[in-house]
Design a binder for this molecule. Sequence first.
Ligand code: ASP
Length: 342
Amino acid sequence: MMSDRKIMIRLMEHFMMASFSLMLLACNTGQDRLEWSLVLHGGAGTIKQENMTPEKEVAIRGDMQKALNQGKQILSQGGTALDAVEACIRILEDSPEFNAGKGAVFTETGTNELDASIMEGKTLNAGAVTGVQHIANPISLARAVMSNSPHVMLAGKGAEAFAKEQSIDSVGSEYFWTQHRWDQLKNKQASLKEKVGDKHGTVGVVALDRDGNLAAGTSTGGMTNKRFGRIGDSPIIGAGTYANNRTCAVSATGHGEYFMRLLIAHSVSAGMEYARHSLDVAAHDAIQGKLGGLGGTGGVIALDRSGHRVMEFNTAGMYRAWSDSQGDEGILFYGSLETVKP
Ligand code: ASP
């Protein structure tokens, strides 16, 4: 027979064990996860304050804020990460300030060839389009490929024919003509002063919604003076875009030829899944280690499944903005001095 004292001690032990288990359970079920979280980028490259005019800064900030507001509205009202990613990217595609949609750069022959991709972390469903020339919002076409076709990627004429079937608007090629992109092409062709890979402007968004689902998307015109027919990393799942609810959502920007060979977006996820790295370590390793090691330039934005964000780059700057359910919000352009470690 146990004494009363021993019974009391046993009971207390059981109580403490139960409390400890509950605490562990609370951590594992991610109760500290943000309700929702959103990050967007507008490209990485030689983005320096001395090259920025006040008017340009206002225009770029304005469009980034507009995209953030749209994403916030969707996510705070319980909308899906996928909807937030598409809606934010559409706003950035409609802006002439970014190298996507309206502001897409020119190929060496003076045409515009646009790429985009989108991915959902819950199902690993993905859609992508490459080399489209008449689609104002390639991200919506990429989503349609994901949702309404048995394929992951459609190219050129086939993608545009599918757009027609899906009642996605097409535009004349003159829609993509902007003076500053034309000047960029001509300057580059004349002097080749601007090294390939110096200036980017691709757009991308990653989001976590209230249901705990992650999504990522990326849209671009590619690189100024690229050969016609060239495809970069942005429409390639695992290179420019990746989302997996088990790990993270990633959108990349930079010199595509490097991101493709290193499968940078997926390598962030793989670092978390296989090496058990945190998002910060996995993204740092991908950009500063792998990409930098091969001589590539650019960056990634990423969210893990608790909504923790990373904005990692090895260029002078990266247009980047974020917002989350705790009211943390910001827009940054330049390099390390103002780099935020959330
Ligand atoms: N990654 C894009 C490409 O290589 C360009 C960029 O992000 O600026 O097409």
